[in-house]
Write a protein that binds this ligand. Structure first.
Ligand SMILES: [Zn+2]
Length: 475
């Protein structure tokens, strides 16, 4: 059958892509464009643009999607670099999500020794250059398959500022996901796995205290110290740690603490993060943190205002969709290194602080799916997952043992090792998306599980409420 199809393709180039109708052929079409996708991923890796400033990366992905026949709406949700590309019509509507923002300070050549391309510049230490491009490869492959006579709408969501900018939360809030039936995505990692895993919900905010400045020796009685208020708040929150569920994480820094010891500070600021496996519990904890800030202001005769800078839920995993993805990931298989890549992997592992618990070679395998795991990271994909049944997987784009948000991860994300992992993800996502289009029972089962897990009467809320996207949060 495949040989016959290939013969038809050769004889009649005009019907070429529309004749694609079997899975191997779709996978081959992705493989045949490996060099193009490697180039796109490398370009975005080189742009290394941080959250909400991803103009070149976003434009490049949009150009690729337009050229492939998608219609593109850019600048959605009041975010210049956010976009939605669409192909097809009617139900079901399946969305593939791509990210493309870099991280400050992680510039690094694709070599296994610390060597920034430009010192103190951003780099793709979370591999989002691969994330956006792998999603692109998958979207184009599924689009061609849909065009050959399958019903439904496929979308690619270009989602900026995943790293602390909560970009997807604003896109959810703008209603961009309200008609979507399922979301398919992935994330770079040091393993291949499609477990239905969760993450930590995370609320972040800045507490600003205003006091009265005075000479600290000559007239301290006239002063009211804003730094005292910050310290009082921190003290109360530190005592609170004993009285919150133990999986809770609270971290803070003092971003402003006064200008000189001999002046009573009239302004001070503390920047807080609070995390918890369940947003509904974290919500109450955050209210108590705000109460501590209010109490600190009252007790120090200062005033306080605060700004929520970010809020993302914990991911709501979908076991049914994860089982579909695991099956497809197993069909694709893992990543095999060439001798040069093996040398790179061995060298880069020597630079890690800890002895990695995973061995080189594990990237060739697919990890068995585990239910009930909660990672220590937080992501804005979580807010999507409480609005639409969502599935995500990891592919081994980083050498086993290399953690995300490291220069080692930037090096891998710019190397052939990263591209290999990206291609695994693109293929597994493609087969999964095709499954969702061709068998309606998958979306039905995913939806039933989603409804049951959210519970009756669930209403999604975000602490970001009517706040505008913090487009300058990296400036
Ligand atoms: Zn990431």
């Amino acid at each position: 059958m495949r040989r016959r199809l290939a013969a038809v393709l050769l004889l009649c180039p005009l019907i070429s892509l529309s004749a694609i109708d079997d899975r191997d052929t779709v996978l081959q079409s992705i493989e045949s464009r490996r060099a193009t996708y490697a180039d796109v991923a490398k370009q975005i890796w080189g742009f290394a643009e941080v959250g909400y400033q991803e103009q070149k990366s976003s434009a490049l992905l949009q150009r690729q999607l337009r050229a492939a026949g998608f219609s593109v709406r850019a600048g959605v949700a009041d975010i210049p670099t956010a976009f939605v590309a669409s192909f097809g019509s009617g139900k079901p509507i399946v969305a593939i999500i791509g990210e493309f923002d870099a991280l400050p300070g992680l510039s690094q050549e694709p070599v296994p020794q610390r060597r920034p391309v430009t010192p103190e510049s951003p780099g793709h230490g979370c591999g989002h250059n691969l994330l956006g491009t792998g999603a692109l490869a998958s979207a184009i492959a599924v689009k061609e398959w849909l065009a050959a006579g399958h019903a439904g709408t496929l979308r690619y969501y270009g989602t900026p500022a995943e790293e602390g900018g909560s970009g997807k939360v604003y896109m959810v809030r703008a209603g961009l996901f309200s008609d979507v039936d399922a979301v398919v995505t992935w994330h770079p990692g040091d393993r291949n796995e499609a477990s239905p895993a969760s993450t930590l919900a995370n609320i972040t905010g800045k507490f600003r205290f205003h006091g009265v400045a005075a000479h600290a020796a000559a007239a301290p009685d006239r002063g009211r110290s804003a730094l005292d208020a910050v310290e009082a708040m921190d003290y109360m929150v530190n005592m609170m740690r004993e009285h919150v569920p133990q999986e809770t994480r609270i971290h803070y820094i003092i971003t402003r603490g006064g200008a000189a010891p001999n002046v009573v500070p009239d302004f001070a600021e503390a920047y807080y993060y609070a995390r918890q496996p369940d947003m509904r519990i974290l919500d109450g904890i955050w209210d108590r943190i705000v109460d501590a800030a209010k109490g600190a202001a009252l007790g120090t005769s200062t005033t306080m205002d605060f700004e929520i800078t970010g809020a993302v839920w914990n991911v709501l995993p979908n076991e049914h969709l994860s089982s579909v993805m695991t099956k497809n990931l197993e069909r694709i298989g893992g990543v095999t290194y060439t001798p040069d890549e093996l040398k790179f992997a061995e060298e880069i592992r020597k630079t890690l602080n800890d002895t990695p618990s995973v061995a080189i070679g594990s990237q060739e395998k697919i990890r068995p799916s585990r239910v009930g795991t909660v990672g220590s990271a937080s992501t804005d994909l979580a807010d999507v997952s409480w609005n639409v049944p969502t599935v995500s997987m990891n592919a081994a784009t980083f050498v086993p043992g290399v953690p995300a948000h490291s220069w080692q991860a930037t090096a891998c994300a710019g190397s052939t090792i990263g591209i290999k992992g990206m291609m695994v993800a693109a293929k597994a996502m493609t087969l999964t998306t095709m499954d969702l289009f061709s068998d309606p029972s998958h979306i039905q089962k995913a939806r039933a599980e989603f409804d049951q897990k959210r519970g009756p009467g669930f209403v999604y809320k975000t602490r970001l409420a009517d706040r505008k996207p913090a487009l300058d949060y990296r400036k």
